[in-house]
Write a protein that binds this ligand. Structure first.
Ligand SMILES: C[S@@+](CC[C@H](N)C(=O)[O-])C[C@H]1O[C@@H](n2cnc3c(N)ncnc32)[C@H](O)[C@@H]1O
Length: 281
């Protein structure tokens, strides 16, 4: 598959999902994962930014995390940059509805060209959450291009798909070919999704060093509960996970997860890897 064909496949995949994408907010597993990410962002990221920071939501999709930053920091301004028009349309409508549309710019484009598209701009914070660096053609180059858009001292925050989790997940549903492929660093969770780049600690460390970034946080989560097949879809949840996360269990599991997410060496166990990196001042 050529790069263009791959981009078309990614765009097609997300354009079909755009309208219902935010239904993931109703799945207990994603609620847990999002609450952990929000907590990590408050502790490790927001506390280090000026009040009126400028952000770049790279592969921002329907604006779930643009909303988070715009609402947590009412003086912030941002750019949501995404490949898929339909995802951006959902994000724009959300910004209008929630009253921060005047502080966020929406740009359609391929992250392969983000340097040219945003030439002359600079950001205190750039972030890419949930598989964005899985889907770009050349993640090592994308990190360099995004790093170049950071102000000195600016932060790059990523939430990346784990190679180990992808292999574990596919073994668990009996898809050994996919598990073997995942261990080569490229794989997927369902047979309708395009293959993604998958990450381990070594690749993450190398790609940040090559982009001249200093890694301040390298963690991973969730660690104690993993998504089932149903959680890879927009609707429905794996029955067992619904039961496990029911009632007060949700808060208890959240508390355990939140405690272990900073444990030394935990990163590789996470379903996703979480990083906070800094462009040296
Ligand atoms: C799984 S969604 C995540 C959306 C959002 N970051 C979130 O956490 O809710 C991945 C997003 O990456 C976008 N994307 C994939 N490849 C891209 C590329 N090469 N350039 C820009 N955006 C891309 C897709 O269009 C999609 O909206």
């Amino acid at each position: 598959m050529t790069e263009l064909q791959y981009d078309q496949a990614v765009k097609g995949y997300f354009s079909e999902k755009a309208e219902a994408y935010d239904d993931v907010d109703l799945q207990p597993y994603w609620m847990l994962s999002d609450r952990l990410l929000a907590t990590a962002l408050r502790e490790d990221v927001l506390s280090r930014l000026p009040e009126d920071f400028a952000f770049l939501d790279a592969g921002g999709g329907t604006g779930r995390w643009t909303s988070f930053f715009a609402e947590e920091a009412p003086k912030s301004t941002g750019v949501l940059f995404d490949l898929t028009r339909e995802m951006i349309q959902v994000a724009e409508a959300k910004a209008e509805r929630r009253g921060f549309a005047d502080r966020v710019e929406f740009r359609q484009g391929d992250l392969a060209e983000v340097g040219q598209a945003l030439q002359g701009r600079s950001f205190d914070l750039a972030f890419n959450f949930h598989n964005v660096l899985g889907f770009v053609a050349d993640p090592e180059q994308t990190i360099k291009d995004v790093a170049a858009l950071l102000k000195p001292g600016g932060l790059l925050v990523s939430f990346l798909p784990s190679v180990w989790h992808a292999a574990f997940f596919n073994v668990g549903i009996g898809r050994l070919d996919e598990a073997e492929k995942a261990l080569t660093g490229r794989g997927r969770f369902t047979d309708t999704m395009p293959d993604m780049h998958l990450y381990d600690v070594e690749r993450i460390e190398k790609m940040h060093a090559a982009a001249g970034l200093e890694l301040d946080v390298l963690s991973g989560f969730p660690n104690l509960i993993y998504p089932g097949y149903q959680e890879t879809q927009l609707h429905g949840s794996t029955d067992q996970l619904v039961d496990i996360l029911a009632g007060e269990n949700f808060d208890r599991i959240f508390a355990m997860e939140n405690k272990v997410r900073s444990a030394p060496g935990i990163a590789g166990r996470g379903n996703n890897l979480f990083t906070v990196a800094r462009r040296p001042a």
